[in-house]
Write a protein of this length. Structure first.
Length: 139
């Protein structure tokens, strides 16, 4: 990766696997300008996951983090910290989904279930709000 400040090549000083997210954290240094900065390596979920809606292949769409994020923001609408909290909660939801090892085809019901459970732990009113727009399937 090139330096974000001057565009020269950088070297990795330190690298760590983050247990919560499964992402890789790297500390980089630029020999040209001396800058230090951090990068995070994460899977491109839009290219990895296909969301399955219903039972036919007609209802499949690449996973969109923004779509999930917006549904969480909407559920947190009553909170002042909705925007910041929704970003962290969206990371928690995708990390939980990754740990389920669902394969390439992710049922929308799994996303709804994990989102609801995560919101429930954070703010019960948000979970109720979320469920109003995303019915939990009984199966
Ligand atoms: Zn530089």
């Amino acid at each position: 990766m090139v330096c974000v400040y001057c565009g020269h090549e950088t070297a990795v000083l330190n690298s760590r696997l983050q247990k919560q997210s499964g992402n890789v954290w790297r500390r980089r240094s630029c020999a040209a300008c001396g800058a230090l900065f951090t990068t995070h390596e994460a899977p491109d979920l839009a290219a990895c996951w296909i969301v399955q809606y219903g039972s036919t292949t007609k209802k499949q769409r690449p996973f969109e983090r923004d779509r999930l994020y917006l549904s969480v923001v909407k559920a947190l609408g009553h909170r002042r910290d909705a925007v910041e909290a929704a970003s962290a909660l969206t990371d928690t939801i995708t990390a939980s989904l990754l740990k389920m090892h669902l394969g390439a085809l992710v049922p929308v019901s799994s996303i709804i279930e994990v989102s609801h459970t995560t919101l429930q732990r954070y703010d019960t009113a948000a979970a109720v709000q979320y469920a109003a727009y995303h019915p939990i399937s009984s199966s």
